[in-house]
Design a protein around this ligand. Structure first.
Ligand code: ZN
Length: 194
């Protein structure tokens, strides 16, 4: 089982952008799209659109993709953002962390960025980046490449999310209860690969 979990020793990651493949325009596009998502969807977390953006991010930086992944929410231990089981077709995100961010009235662009980073990390696992350190390093590089310093996706992606939001360590822990599949997740993969 692969997951994004809280690690304390991630303070000084060396982030070297993937640079040459990404132009300034494209960087602007990712920020704009995530902001647009934030302003048009209001309080609703649009997992589909965020995952579309994740797939685009990986395609444009690593030129890799896969389709057919589903998303579920469940109550997980507080140190888990999400997990993906090797060979599995579902990313399971920790509902308690998302609820805690909403309860703390974090702006919607921060919540979307948090979801973006968690899904990006798990998506990289599903593409074969099984090593935890490599998945984190790659997540950080992609976020640093696609977002400006100061953008929440840059901050969350290049740091430990539990450092950015220390209150997440206090969230109640679940053990996989209340599993709910998100409908229509990854529904545009067919048109995406055509
Ligand atoms: Zn992981």
């Amino acid at each position: 089982m692969q997951f994004i979990s809280r690690l304390d020793a991630l303070t000084d990651w060396k982030v070297a952008g993937l640079g040459s493949r990404i132009g300034g325009n494209q960087r602007e596009n990712f920020s704009t799209e995530l902001v647009k998502l934030s302003s048009t969807r209001g309080e609703v977390t649009d997992y589909n659109s965020i995952f579309s953006l994740v797939r685009k991010a990986v395609k444009s930086t690593l030129n890799k993709e896969r389709v057919g992944l589903g998303l579920a929410l469940a109550d997980l231990p507080s140190q888990l953002g999400a997990f993906w089981e090797v060979g599995g077709n579902y990313i399971v995100m920790n509902r308690n962390l998302l609820d805690a961010l909403k309860f703390a009235h974090r702006p919607i662009d921060e919540i979307n960025s948090f979801v973006f980073v968690i899904l990006l990390h798990e998506y990289l696992h599903s593409l074969g980046v099984l090593d935890e350190y490599n998945a984190r390093a790659l997540t950080a590089k992609i976020c640093a490449t696609l977002f400006e310093e100061g953008h929440p996706a840059y901050e969350i992606g290049t740091k430990d999310p539990w450092q950015v939001y220390p209150f997440l360590t206090q969230v109640p822990s679940g053990r996989g209860e209340n599993l709910r599949i998100i409908g229509n997740f990854d529904s545009d993969s067919v048109s995406y690969i055509m």
